[in-house]
Design a protein around this ligand. Structure first.
Ligand code: PHE
Length: 345
């Protein structure tokens, strides 16, 4: 065998064995190792081409051609095998991440009404069915509507009962919904049945049962010969509608300058059943419904003749009521904005 023939033979042989090696590879890493071994700078092909020095000029030409041919064939084989690996990886990924596009979507998550809103609309419905009008009033109020017109003159100690947020221009954030009584009397005149739910503000230290911002629902009825018996009837109707079960209540005398006589209607704490918890401050009772007969001065200040008309008023603690109703043991949940809390309603 001439040197030329033996070179040609070993090239062919190398081609065949390299192809087998390529096909036997089962990972891109293994393939890369074979590629370096065959086509690398110090690889088999490079070794063979070194032997060309022993050949004649013409022989060198044809062996060179053959070398290039084999190199081309092997490169193609490597590329093809790499392509197979890439396809397999893609295929596996497609199977893993398969999504059924024909499935209907889940749709946007529905919001829910805030517990205070739920209870507010429920109470509005009760009172509407009893002939009451639902009124709205401003949250930024004048001193006149929040205090003076409610028989709370300047420097009266009752002003200190409610820690007020004052605005720099002399207006204030209403400390109760009672100013809407004043607006209702002026707007509608007697006879009058109105309620006014809304947000009120007090400069209070926040804890489990106190917030600087909470909700009340004011109520007022003015007619001829309204008595405490009417007041009690409406309050009982209200509470039995809201709780849909018997609740234990008690009536205590209470002082508010805009009612005479004034009462505090308490309900037995529904969180602890009366045994004492943070919401009822361990007393077993929750102040829920301050009320009373409208003071003659209040009627007079709003242009209603107390000789002819009288009435009752109440200021229901909506926030507390919602806590009792839904068993919420910390008032801070209500304005906390935590969706995990709100989604329960
Ligand atoms: N406005 C009073 C308060 O928030 C409550 C109240 C309303 C009392 C109506 C009597 C009558 O403290």
């Amino acid at each position: 065998m001439t040197a030329f023939e033996s070179m040609e033979a070993s090239l062919r042989e190398m081609e065949v064995s390299a192809k087998e090696q390529i096909e036997a590879c089962n990972s891109p890493e293994a393939l890369e190792e074979v590629r370096v071994e065959v086509l690398g700078r110090k690889g088999k092909l490079a070794q063979l081409s070194k032997n060309m020095g022993t050949l004649t000029h013409e022989q060198r030409g044809s062996v060179g051609k053959l070398l290039n041919q084999v190199k081309g064939v092997l490169e193609t084989a490597f590329d093809a095998q790499n392509q197979r690996f890439a396809t397999a990886v893609l295929q596996a990924r497609l199977e893993r991440e398969w999504v059924d596009l024909t499935l209907p979507s889940r749709g946007p998550r529905r919001g829910s009404l805030h517990p205070v809103t739920l209870i507010q609309t429920e109470i509005e419905d009760v009172f509407r069915s009893l002939g009451f009008t639902v009124l709205d009033g401003p949250e930024v109020e004048t001193e006149y509507h929040n205090f003076d017109a409610l028989n709370i003159p300047p420097h009266h100690p009752a002003r200190d009962m409610q820690d007020t947020f004052w605005m720099t221009n002399g207006t204030l954030l209403r400390t109760h919904t009672s100013p809407v009584q004043v607006r209702g009397m002026k707007q509608l005149g007697p006879p009058l049945r109105m309620i006014a739910p809304g947000r009120v503000f007090r400069n209070e230290e926040v804890d489990a049962s106190h917030e600087h911002t909470f909700y009340q629902l004011e109520g007022m009825m003015i007619d001829r010969d309204v008595s405490v018996a009417h007041l009690i009837y409406f309050m009982k109707t209200l509470l039995s509608e809201v709780f849909k079960r018997d609740v234990t209540v008690r009536l205590r005398p209470g002082y508010f300058p805009f009612v005479e006589p004034g009462f505090e209607l308490d309900i037995q704490c529904l969180i602890c059943g009366g045994s004492g918890c943070p919401v009822c401050k361990q007393s077993g009772w929750v102040e829920l419904l301050p009320c009373g007969l409208v003071h003659p001065n209040v009627l007079r200040l709003s242009g209603i003749n107390p000789e002819e008309w009288n009435g009752f008023a109440f200021g229901l603690g909506l926030t507390r009521l919602a806590m009792m109703r839904y068993g919420i043991d910390d008032i801070r949940h209500l304005l906390g904005g935590d969706l995990r809390f709100l989604r329960q309603f």
